[in-house]
Design a protein around this ligand. Sequence first.
Ligand code: DAH
Length: 347
Amino acid sequence: MKEQLELIQKNALAALEAAETPAALEELRVKLLGKKGELTAVLKLMGKLSPEERPVMGQMANTVRATIEAKLEERKAAINAAVLEAKLAAESIDVTIPGDNVQLGHQHPMNMVLQEIKDIFVGMGYTVVDGPEVELASYNFTRLNIEEGHPSRDRSDTFYFDDNDEVLLRTQTSSMQIRFMENNQPPLCMLAPGRVFRKDEADATHSPMFHQIEGLVVAEHITMGDLKGALITIMNKIYGHDAQVRFRPHHFPFTEPSCEMDMQCHKCHGTGEVDGQVCSTCHGEGWIELLGAGMVHPEVLRNCGIDPEKYSGFAFGIGLERTAMGRLKITDLRLIFDNDVRFLNQF
Ligand code: DAH
């Protein structure tokens, strides 16, 4: 029996030492110490021993049980520690690793150019103002000397909100001329950038929504020479001194005389052709229309309570997208509105 107990202890200690998981330990505990365990089986044989041997074996059996229990506890602690350590290692966070970079955006290219233009005008003494996009026909047309029946008032050109054609999405920032002169007396210098809306199909140089920058200067003795000087100065600041621009006579109901200013096409450099094909940016013109301008019509001044005998003024309306196209060498206006980040990231 003594040998049996010694064998149980020896095997038990070896098995416990080899166990590596809490589940394996539990299995061993049942096998060794449980009711149907090996030790219990040996103790059941105690009755067959002599009275002298019984206490000795009893004591030995207790020692074996205690030894196994102690080993069991020791292994349990060791395995739990190992399990914890493995878990900590697997879940550890290295706080010294640099984090993911936050991708910061930047100003939209069109707004970059707008900001440049605003800075130039502010430097020349202009006041920058904002106005409503939902506008009354009286500001957008009538008081600008655009009479009833003028083609630009047509429902096929203008987005109206009502059946009487009185409320609309402004088709031009020129409405801001009236709004500004209503509330300010000359001498005045105004710049009004903003969105305008027309029923236009989109192509390389057109979009149903685009931006204009309206300018207005009214004071005594203002001439067409002042207008040309101001526009050329501005174009030189935006495009550099070798900018190729041209003035063409034109007609606008709210200016007299009127003109348009074109910029040489930056894609075909004025030839109208690229690789033997008609230039898709300027449609073969060689020039891109940038703005309309002129001397404020006396009727418009009168409509705002300003005496045209005493004051004169000039006005202009710049197309912002087209100006940005030339400034940033963009060949299709639609790219400006698509907002594809691969495009935007280039600026
Ligand atoms: N509003 C005109 C347009 O949208 C552009 C324009 C022409 C504005 C002449 C002006 C101007 O201020 O004087 O076509």
